[in-house]
Design a binder for this molecule. Structure first.
Ligand code: FAD
Length: 354
């Protein structure tokens, strides 16, 4: 069988990391990313990019932990390399604070992040409205730089693979294209990977997928070095390499992408009450994104068929509020499902020759 042709639809953090995992684990494939939007115009560009998992109620905890661990390990290695600044990956320490002690004092990811411990009384004095807290060090992706790094890494993967394995690889091709129906790709590609985020609501009619609107401010306040997250998950301050993301909102089923000025003021006031020095923040930019939310990430194979013709599909979408935290783990699993599809195609092709 000729080199399998794989189309990845979507160029957010999930599509780009999935395309990269496919070329890395299956160098003989030809991989193309097709997307309506690329960075800086995706939901992934709006995100803070912090590695603090969000829980998916429909996915077993050990699976979520594995995805987070794989992502943490991957990004930790980048943060510890010469690529760190270009990729926008860095370690950041800080506090998660609670007005009331949470039922679960040790979250499932506490032994994956670094140095997780209860906050001391002295640290808690910084937060007079809170009575309990956790201190730890985690990783943060500065989102547009990381997406550009993933694009470049996919594009140049051919050179890397050729030099490492002497394999003729093509790298990832990228084209702007809105896909109206996955079936429209059946004559050009053997396998289609659906990484369209909230776009899957329309593309595959997934009614279990819903938006959770998030409004954030990206501000200049270089003196703020530690992250601060209220345990309710709504108010947070996440310092990046150049700008700080302060937030936020979680508005279920709200599709409105326009910033709301009242919400901007509310976010700013809430964040200043956690970190009063933010009163001096400058160059405030407002961003809105729709978290592609679902009870569980849809990570599965599907076979579409029309008139006896088949198209193999792998879905990888629905990462909600935690796409950055688990992207490498889910991308690896999607790449494994693509390899299963290739084995099925090769099996069918050799049976046809007999
Ligand atoms: P997207 O980034 O939306 O990418 C989808 C891609 O598919 C786009 O390129 C789009 O153009 C393309 N597409 C859609 N439909 C079609 C179609 N029909 N044809 C062709 N292309 C199509 N997560 C964290 O882990 N940590 C955080 O700190 C964090 N902070 C966040 C803060 C906010 C305010 C928001 C909104 C989200 C945050 N998230 C965070 C969540 C994270 O942003 C998402 O989980 C993640 O970006 C989802 O990535 P994605 O690639 O699935 O979707």
């Amino acid at each position: 069988m000729a080199a399998p042709k794989v189309a990845v639809v979507g160029a957010g953090v999930i599509g780009l990391s999935t395309a990269l995992c496919i070329v890395e684990s299956c160098p003989s494939c030809s991989v193309t990313v097709l997307s309506e939007q690329f960075s800086p115009n995706t939901t992934s560009d709006v995100a803070a990019g912090m590695l603090i998992p969000h829980t998916y109620p429909g996915t077993p905890i050990h699976v979520q932990k594995q995805w987070f661990k794989e992502t943490f390990t991957y990004l930790f290695a980048i943060s510890n390399s010469a690529e760190a600044s270009e990729a926008g990956i860095h370690l950041v320490s800080g506090w998660q604070v609670f007005k009331n002690t949470p039922k679960e004092e040790l979250p499932f990811w506490s032994d994956v992040v670094l140095g997780f411990r209860p906050m001391s009384e002295a640290e808690l004095q910084k937060f007079p409205q809170h009575q309990f807290g956790q201190a730890f060090t985690t990783l943060k992706c500065d989102c547009p730089p990381y997406l550009l790094w993933l694009e470049k890494r996919g594009f140049f993967s051919a050179l890397l693979l050729e030099s490492l394995y002497r394999l003729k690889a093509t790298g990832v091709q990228m084209y702007t294209r809105k896909v109206a129906d996955l079936w429209e790709l059946h004559s050009e590609y053997n396998i289609v990977v659906n990484c369209t985020g909230i776009g899957a609501h329309q593309l595959v009619g997934d009614k279990k997928l819903f938006p959770v609107r998030g409004q954030v401010l990206k501000v200049h306040a270089p003196w703020v070095k530690n992250f601060i997250r209220d345990g309710d998950g709504i108010t947070y301050i996440y310092p990046g390499i150049h700008r700080i993301t302060i937030g936020g909102t979680r508005e279920k089923e709200n599709w409105n992408l326009s910033p709301d000025p009242g919400t901007t003021k509310d976010i700013f006031d809430r964040c200043c009450s956690l970190e009063p020095s933010l009163q001096g923040a400058q160059d405030i930019k407002v961003k809105v994104g729709l978290r592609p939310s679902r009870q569980c990430v849809r990570l599965q194979r599907e076979v579409l068929s029309q008139g006896g013709v088949k198209l193999l599909v792998v879905h990888n979408y629905g990462h909600g509020a935690g796409g950055f935290s688990v992207h490498r783990g889910t991308a690896k699993e999607a790449a494994r499902l693509v390899r299963e599809c290739i084995a099925a195609l090769q099996g069918a092709s050799s049976r046809a020759k007999l």
